[in-house]
Design a protein around this ligand. Structure first.
Ligand SMILES: [Zn+2]
Ligand SMILES: [Zn+2]
Length: 228
């Protein structure tokens, strides 16, 4: 137990602590602030577990994994927390060496939102490329990363509202869906499992999706499903 934690463990624990501090500083409704405080507590628990395990024992990592799963659930439960579940991948990256998470594409109908999305993606790419800052100025670097994710999460909420507007329906369909045969984006849904393109091709829901939305969250799929 007297052994010092490995630098990779320390790096992971430090990222979890930075994220916890960011969560505590964030504002929101009383409900969101409460969830943010739970997120912070679980992140601190993950940090403690990460550096406290005795050499060779897996129990510390298991404990950290459970705490981070709680974080993931809380983030998903309240989008107003303005975290993405990518935060967990950043925290684990020094230990696992897995690639840093990308922002899922929002594919907004509005040009203004598309420009904002491109700008955030660009900022994040530059931060990911700056591995020097990630190592030597870790706290500031991770705060900047979390700031991009926070702005993306806010944009996600606005885009979801805008993409649901009836006058955006055709544009949204074009961005999110494509027929595997003709490339068109006008589908009907006479069958439960399939969509039918205007060219006559029957396809599964997954086959026509060219976006990063999860099935139920895709505004274009929802528009088709809403039709009789
Ligand atoms: Zn077609
Ligand atoms: Zn979609």
């Amino acid at each position: 137990m007297n052994r010092h934690p490995h630098p990779r463990q320390t790096a992971t624990a430090n990222r979890a602590r930075t994220a916890a501090a960011v969560a505590r500083d964030r504002f929101g409704s009383p409900k969101t602030i409460q969830i943010l405080s739970f997120i912070a507590a679980h992140l601190d628990a993950a940090a403690t577990a990460c550096i406290s395990y005795p050499n060779g024992s897996r129990s510390g990592f298991l404990e950290m994994g459970l705490a981070l799963e709680d974080v993931r659930e809380l983030i998903t439960a309240d989008p107003d927390c303005r975290f993405t579940s990518g935060v967990i991948e950043y925290i684990l990256a020094p230990l696992t060496g897995t690639p840093l998470p990308e922002l899922p594409r929002l594919l907004p109908a509005s040009d203004q939102f598309a420009a904002q999305e491109a700008e955030l993606r660009d900022r994040l790419d530059r931060l990911h490329a700056d591995t020097d800052a990630a190592d030597t100025d870790a706290d500031r670097w991770f705060r900047a990363v979390l700031d991009v994710h926070s702005k993306w999460a806010t944009l996600h909420i606005s885009v979801a509202v805008d993409n649901r507007r009836p006058y955006n329906r055709a544009r949204v369909a074009k961005l999110h869906l494509a027929c595997t045969t003709c490339g068109g984006s006008a589908f009907t849904s006479p069958f439960r499992e399939e969509a039918v393109c205007t060219c006559g091709k029957r396809q599964s829901w997954a086959d026509i999706q060219v976006c990063d939305c999860l099935g139920d969250e895709c505004p274009a799929l929802r528009n088709i499903a809403a039709r009789p």
